[in-house]
Design a protein around this ligand. Structure first.
Ligand code: AMP
Length: 293
């Protein structure tokens, strides 16, 4: 796999691809790749000639006291996985190459970045939208793929692309899980054995919310309560939020109908984990759904 480490070299390569009329798909990541990331690579392929993965632990999306320094980094392992998965191009720049010290410009999506995870992580989504905007300019991809694992991120980026008239097709990929239901995450490797058991409660809580809806409950507080009770059984677990929101504006629902995002964030020990499910709730029943891109 071809590895490019700086923006100038990337621009040259992207110009060559464009001159050859090759369609480019981009999968932005922070590395420490797992099967969830690799599923995005496959999701990028249809209709695309070359698939690129960026690996960049973006300092701008980490807050003070968060895990920027200890975030797992494994470039050699990542490259071996990407090679095996048939990735064509890897962009793995340094922070110094990406952000000039004198940079003063950011991209911010109003109103969507300060709810849910934004309450605990102020500035996080501004960091995400800024780096993704830069990557979109550098790569000019025809397609970009993001995971529903970070559902709020997907909704924020979808808004950014629409608002700024970006000619890129977004694709959202379903959450890839461990056999016991735990959503795959680079941060799972922080978990000790006891914490790892409690971590499974996030997906179990989503299952409880779904079961409440399937039993006919439509009151959002009651459905959220069913999820909370599961989380509260965890000894090492502390709830950040359990919310039922609509999938466009991310506003809390009082009664559940139509498409609903059930989103959870919790600390397990010192590790903050997130998980979610998108459900289509109608008169006739409840079905798992996807974020529309
Ligand atoms: P990250 O490296 O954590 O920034 O994630 C890079 C991309 O992979 C994001 O679009 C994530 O939503 C996506 N992703 C992370 N974990 C998963 C997962 N378990 N299933 C599907 N996509 C994922």
């Amino acid at each position: 796999v071809e590895v490019i480490q700086d923006r100038r070299a990337l621009r040259r390569r992207v110009h060559e691809l464009r001159a050859a009329h090759l369609r480019l798909g981009l999968v932005p990541t922070m590395g420490a790749l797992h099967a969830g990331h690799l599923s995005l690579l496959q999701r990028a392929r249809p209709g695309i000639d070359r698939v690129a993965v960026s690996i960049f632990v973006n300092p701008l999306q980490f807050g003070p006291g968060e895990d920027l320094e200890r975030y797992p980094r494994d470039l050699d392992g990542d490259l071996a996985r990407l090679e095996a998965a048939g990735c064509d191009l890897v962009f793995a720049p340094s922070a110094a190459d990406v952000y000039a010290p004198e940079a003063r410009t950011t991209v911010q999506v109003e109103g969507l970045g300060d709810v849910l995870c934004g309450r605990t992580r102020p500035g996080h989504f501004r960091g995400v939208t800024t780096i993704v905007a830069k990557l979109f300019h550098l790569f000019e991809p025809q397609v970009a793929v993001f995971g529903q694992k970070d559902a709020q991120q997907a909704v924020v980026l979808r808004r950014m692309v629409r608002d700024l008239d970006w000619a890129v097709e977004l694709r959202f990929a379903p959450i890839v899980r461990e056999p016991d239901g735990l959503a795959m995450s680079s941060r799972n490797r922080y978990l000790g054995p006891d914490e790892r058991r409690d971590a499974q409660l996030l997906s179990a809580a989503l299952g409880a919310a779904r079961a409440a809806l399937e039993a006919g409950e439509r009151d959002a507080a009651a459905v959220g309560g069913a999820a909370r009770r599961v989380l509260e059984s965890g000894r090492w677990l502390r709830i950040d939020y359990v919310e039922l929101v609509d999938t466009e504006r991310l506003q809390p629902l009082a009664r559940v109908e139509g498409q609903v995002l059930v989103a959870i964030a919790a600390w397990v020990g010192g590790t903050r984990l997130i998980d979610n499910v998108v459900l289509e709730v109608g008169d006739t029943g409840v079905a798992e759904s996807e974020l529309r891109a």
